[in-house]
Design a protein around this ligand. Structure first.
Ligand SMILES: [Zn+2]
Length: 280
């Protein structure tokens, strides 16, 4: 074989390898940086005395965290509250347009299969790798409650959820009045279910609310939806002292072509509540 032929053969075999090495190193150089827990929660600092939380609508897989098994965990659930993330987003956008300020926002992007932030820490996750994601949700909520308290003296936290048991209803969760202690002390039960309350207004425009807004305070909330860890932790019966209501939207109100209207009506209701009870 002539030297020229040998060179041709060498190039024929070598060039594809050179190309492969280059493209691989190129791929490494282009790879995204590792995901941070903060990338799995939508957080916004606000100016209004209103905080919105939506912990169960996320869809993202959490890297390095196995799906939970729930062995021995009370009230174990992994099911997604479908469209509550987008409902919360749309509601916030509509409300901000009406009130001309910013709402405090914490919305989960991670799937509930990996951690459930509406549970006390010891029942929320099973892998230590999930801890930073739990904190990435609760730390901004804590900061929001403190800032609202300091700036406005009082505020409203709405924890947005979905349920499929009462498909055409919204269930109120205040731990039977406990988490809205300050609101009741200042304005009475009417601020929770009356004409200018959030739920009272929704009922007036045609939503079915459970318990009915006409029911007396003593009528117990639906046993599965009385309000979970979020309202129990930050409600106005606690040191955070923010009036907190869990809203469990029935599946009919969360369908893809319906939720924007639900969000809009909720924004109307909260704007009116703000003007009546939160405006200084
Ligand atoms: Zn939920």
């Amino acid at each position: 074989m002539s030297p020229r032929c040998m060179l041709m053969l060498f190039l024929l075999f070598a060039i594809p390898f050179v190309g492969l090495i280059l493209s691989e190193s190129g791929a490494i150089a282009r790879a995204d940086p590792p995901a941070k827990p903060e990338d799995f929660v939508r957080v916004q600092k606000g100016t209004l005395p209103i905080i919105v939380s939506a912990p169960h609508g996320g869809r993202k897989v959490v890297p390095g965290v196995p799906e939970r098994l729930g062995i021995g965990v009370k009230l174990f659930a992994t099911v997604r509250d479908t469209n509550t993330d987008v409902l919360a987003e749309r509601f916030v956008a509509d409300l901000e347009k009406q009130l001309g300020g910013k709402v405090w926002v914490v919305i989960a992007r991670f799937d509930r299969k990996y951690l459930d932030v509406n549970r006390p820490r010891d029942g929320a996750y099973e892998s230590e790798n999930a801890k930073p994601y739990y904190d990435a949700y609760h730390n901004p909520l804590i900061a929001a409650c403190k800032a609202v308290k300091e700036t406005h003296g009082a505020g409203l936290l709405l924890d947005i959820h979905g349920q499929g048991e009462f498909m055409d209803s919204i269930c109120r969760g205040t731990q039977n009045g406990k988490t809205v202690k300050l609101l009741k002390e200042r304005y009475g039960w009417t601020a929770v279910t009356g004409r200018n309350s959030v739920l009272g207004q929704l009922e007036r425009v045609g939503y079915k609310v459970l318990p009915k807004c006409s029911a007396a305070e003593e009528v117990k909330e639906e046993s599965r939806f009385t309000g979970g860890h979020m309202v129990g932790t930050y409600g106005s019966h606690t040191a955070y002292a923010i009036d907190a209501i869990q809203l469990e939207f029935g599946s009919n109100y969360r369908e893809r072509d319906i939720y924007p209207k639900t969000a809009h009506d909720l924004a109307d209701a909260v704007a009116a509540f703000h003007d009546e009870y939160l405006k200084k």
